[in-house]
Design a protein. Structure first.
Ligand code: FE2
Length: 269
């Protein structure tokens, strides 16, 4: 049965690509190299990496058009469902006893776009370790390291202790790396936190938060940084605050307030 949406976009894509082939006088050898590259992506376990690097942020921008309040961001390829629930005060993201990296307190508030606090919102947080690597993706890291879920309190507030992640290079030895190399581009993403929010009035929202002044903010290989996704951060060296936080040395205070509209497009949970 014909699907009108598929008909519209696929036939336009076909027209666009045929025009592209004529415009650039693409040879058969070049055409076959391109299709072989996509096959190689799948075979290398980089099924979505090539597309995510070049196109995911643009699709996210489409979803964000006309939205009030917070915007969504790319998910990236390293999300895993089912991260452990965290409790305690403050919540601590699972980490090794000798986890490298500057301690960081990530906190903020979840509200509707009109400022109404959203209690019990689920925050599903994941990020890279100090080597730019993710648990269950890169070898030698305990399962669920730097991955966990917590809930906002009665005022919509949340707080979790973790470490500040660094910028990292995406996989560069596979087909995606070959393409980026041929374009003369670097492989770095700026330092970031990944967060999914879930709440009955929001459904599921995906965010990704960046550090002000961080390296590669202006040249993200995935072109996914948006001004609205930048954290407020400060390096805290005040001894009293360090002790209040239960820490022994300076830490990064990182704040972000989520204010999503309940009526915007979302996936039910
Ligand atoms: Fe990431």
């Amino acid at each position: 049965m014909t699907n009108d949406r598929v008909l519209t976009v696929v036939e336009d894509l076909e027209r666009t690509l045929v025009e592209f082939i004529h415009k650039h006088r693409i040879t058969h050898a070049e055409y076959r190299a391109a299709t072989d590259l996509i096959v190689a992506e799948v075979q290398a376990g980089e099924a979505s990496l090539l597309f995510d690097v070049f196109l995911e942020a643009a699709a996210t921008d489409m979803d964000n058009e006309g939205r009030e309040g917070s915007i969504e961001a790319i998910e990236g390829p390293f999300y895993l469902p089912g991260a452990p629930w965290l409790d305690g005060s403050p919540c601590v993201l699972p980490q090794r006893p000798d986890e490298s990296g500057l301690p960081m307190v990530f906190h903020g508030q979840v509200t509707s776009d009109t400022g109404e606090p959203l209690a019990g919102a689920e925050l599903d947080l994941w990020h890279a370790d100090a080597n730019g690597q993710y648990s269950q993706i890169h070898p030698g890291i305990p399962d669920w390291n730097l991955r966990g879920r917590l809930r906002s309190d009665d005022e919509g507030r949340f707080e979790v202790l973790t470490i500040a992640p660094p910028p990292y290079e995406i996989p560069k030895n596979g087909p995606t790396g070959t393409v980026l190399d041929a374009l003369g581009r670097h492989f770095f993403r700026p330092a970031h936190l990944h967060v999914k929010l879930r709440h009955p009035s929001l459904g599921e929202r995906t965010s990704q938060l960046y550090f002000p002044g961080g390296e590669y903010l202006d040249s993200d290989v995935a072109n996914a940084v948006r001004d609205e996704l930048v954290l407020e951060t400060a390096l805290v060296e005040d001894q009293a605050r360090i002790e209040r936080q239960g820490l022994t040395g300076p830490f990064v205070d990182a704040r972000y307030d989520f204010a999503f509209a309940a009526t915007a497009a979302s996936t039910s949970v």
